[in-house]
Write a protein that binds this ligand. Sequence first.
Ligand code: PLP
Length: 466
Amino acid sequence: MQGGAMAEEAADELTLLAERHLVQPWPMSGSIGAEARGRIEGGEGIYVTDAAGRRLIDGPAGMWCVNAGHRRRELAEVMAAQAMELSYNSPWYTTNAPAALLSGRLAGHAPDGLDHVFYTTGGSSAVETALRFMQFANNVKGRGEKKLIVSRQGAYHGSTYLSASLNGRPRDQDWMDGAGEQVVKLTCPNPFRRPEGVAAVAFCDYLVAEFKDVIETVGAERIGAFVAEPVMASGGVIVPPDGYLRRIRELCRQNDILFIADEVVTAFGRLGHVFASQEVFGLDPDMITFAKGVTSGYFPLGGVMIAGRLLEELRRSNHSEAMFAHGLTYSSHPVGCAVALKNLDLLEDGLLEHARSISGHFQSSLKALEELPLVGEVRGMGLMACVECVADRVSNNPLTLDLEVGKRIDNHCQELGLLVRPLINMCVMSPPLTISTSQIDDMAAILRRGIELTMDDLVREGLWRG
Ligand code: PLP
């Protein structure tokens, strides 16, 4: 058999194996455990290569995570070296050098006072840890009633039981159980889809008043934490109105409610800084959750930055029995922490600066797509953006079809050399931070063509008036 034919046969076998035996994340019940998904074979810089040999711009950087780009030798080598030095140690009884070094480096980047870190295996476990810490701290302080968690519509915080209970995107919870009785959800701070009758200039006041109302109705003595992504990512890159986060933070402070900034997406350069809370939004959260970009996706690691003051309070209570009975086998994993240290070197040695300098071009190139009649809004910040499609510009109704518009655009873009992250009627873009000006131009040109082709299809199929 020829080399090419052999490779093709092997590839078919892989597709079949995955289809027969792999349960993929987020499946529909009609195809669960029996789904053939496109296979990615390799990556280099901002590109990935699929099983058909096509080179595609990785528009979403994997899942908002491959911040330093694919196939970075420095990152691969440091992982191999650490695995040869010490591949694992039990965090129950011991610690290791990379975890200690990384905690010091992260404390140096975090807002003042957030000088401790608890490592997890990813974002969901980071959010879960922050929430369990809040519950534990309130138990130790003898205020067992103060446990409710305030989240927002449109939010995404994870796939573990409690973190998923905070999610507020349409469809996420329709068929799943959760701890809904422990959660209060506020209005999504999306200026483009604000409640009817609320003027743009009054939207921030509306959101703040709503939170105040909840505190008054439910009682501050029952609310333990407010959790928010500074820029909502999977909900469609929602940039909140100016001053919103700071005003909410102030209400939290006044009512002794912990403010947890979920920076699983916004940290590690996505908004041009290691953490965005302070540097971009002037915020000083009580805890910051992170994951994804901390290792540029090379190793599953996450964590929670915790204000030392909260730990000091617990130490002072010196309770004889209270134990924070929470930890993961892979907390403080030496290989994960080693690659995170190297990744931090890359960010500090120019990547953050590059991300900051190129984000204006990224945003304006995508903003130009608002010229297309299918596009209702392009919004974003730093190196994250969302193109939202609408049925028409008067109603701004989201254009959701049986074959979702985002998926149609993604299909065309893949043919043209770009991977898109489709979300119902939206396309989300968050490329590796290493992207250059000309690569941004390529990405925007392909996306424009993909949208134009989709508009042609919709008109031809009688699904859209144009
Ligand atoms: N928080 C935010 C803001 C996220 O976007 C995600 C994942 O996309 C998570 C938490 C969950 O992270 P993970 O998938 O690593 O568990």
